[in-house]
Design a protein around this ligand. Structure first.
Ligand code: NAD
Ligand code: UDP
Length: 312
């Protein structure tokens, strides 16, 4: 049994991770300030004596005796990370310093939830880890992109300078149950709009691409990667390489929900990446993992989750 701290434990991905690590017989502490997370995501875990919830902001120090840390605290949806951009970058940078300091004191292993956004609007396709990216340092997405890039730097420097045991995973677009209905990301937006027979809002002409990973595939991958020997620090990409245009996603959601909704087009936000698809050969060479859930199957699960949330 390991004692594991999950920052952002009440969020979409964090809540699935809490559940999996408890099921595997560990003691889990969820740390969250509930900015974009929700206690309802982890309410079903309360009765477990090996689970603890702590309300805390990771931009402040935190002390606990732990063996492992998964650092997920950070708003992930463009709408939410742009709401208070200074806070977003503080969360990535000061949050990383705080979890790395804790890992150093405790000799704990620490995993950073980095992102495909470190590649910005990529000129290399599909994205490989060796690509340094094409990020605008002063745009409206920079608070997130540059915050996550700086977090990777801090992880590597604590590793090189202080021998902290680190893991960095670059997560590509992930979706599934427990995304917040007002999250603003494309999968939840399209499903909610379709279930309410409202217009489906495509930003731009819908030709931009993303590669969507179901949350169970992600969580299986990051837990396996955490358990690799110390020499495998990453960064590694983790995502589903099946690439779709946003228009294709809208059409699939329309078919699966049987909605009357019509597609409407809105302006493409500034610096919105035109294409995104992970090269996952590196992680596959390290662990026995690959995504197993097709977009259509994952969407069906997510649609039925949102039907419950909306009481339809
Ligand atoms: P989420 O918004 O549901 O979860 C983030 C959690 O962090 C929330 O519970 C929020 O309340 C908490 N949080 C935010 N700021 C905090 C702070 N200062 N102190 C303590 N807690 C704080 O988003 P998610 O999709 O679950 O993302 C989790 C992590 O994975 C994030 O770090 C995100 O950048 C990363 N990621 C997610 C995706 C994706 O597609 N979902 C892709 C790439 C990277
Ligand atoms: N998008 C869209 N309609 C929406 C929400 C998002 O067309 O209602 C587009 C967005 O412009 C981007 C893609 O869908 O091109 C994915 O957006 P999301 O916010 O989910 O994540 P990103 O990968 O951009 O961080």
């Amino acid at each position: 049994m390991q004692r594991i701290l999950i920052t952002g434990g009440a969020g979409f991905i964090g809540s699935h991770l809490c559940e999996k690590l408890l099921n595997e017989g560990n003691e889990v502490i969820s740390l969250d300030n509930y900015f974009t997370g929700n206690k309802n995501n982890i309410r079903h875990l309360h009765a477990n004596p090996y689970f603890e919830m702590v309300r805390h902001d990771i931009t402040r120090d935190f002390y606990a005796e732990v063996d492992q840390i998964y650092n997920l605290a950070c708003p992930a949806s463009p709408v939410h990370y742009q709401y208070n951009p200074i806070k977003t970058i503080k969360t990535s940078v000061m949050g990383s310093i705080n979890v790395l300091g804790l890992a150093k004191r405790m000799r704990a292993k620490v995993l950073q939830a980095s992102t495909s956004e470190v590649y910005g609007d990529p000129e290399v396709h599909p994205q490989v880890e060796a690509y340094w990216g094409n990020v605008n340092p002063i745009g409206i997405r920079s608070c997130y992109d540059e915050g996550k890039r700086c977090a990777e730097t801090l992880f590597m420097d604590y590793h090189r300078q202080n021998r902290v045991r680190i893991k960095i995973v670059r997560i590509f677009n992930t979706y599934g149950p427990r995304m917040q209905p007002d999250d603003g990301r494309v999968v939840s937006n399209f499903i909610i709009q379709a279930l309410q027979n409202k217009d489906i809002t495509i930003y731009g002409d819908g030709s931009q691409t993303r590669s969507f990973q179901y949350v169970d595939d992600l969580v299986n991958g990051i837990v396996k990667f955490m358990d690799t020997p110390d020499e495998f620090t990453g960064p590694v990409n983790i995502g589903n390489p099946d690439e779709f245009t946003i228009k294709q996603l809208a059409e699939l959601v329309i078919r699966l929900t049987g909605t009357q909704s019509k597609i409407i087009y809105k302006p493409l936000p500034e610096n919105d990446p035109l294409q995104r698809k992970p090269d996952i050969s590196l992680i596959k060479s390290i662990i026995d993992w690959e995504p197993t859930i097709q977009l259509e199957d994952g969407l069906k699960e997510t649609i039925s989750y949102f039907k419950n949330v909306l009481k339809l």
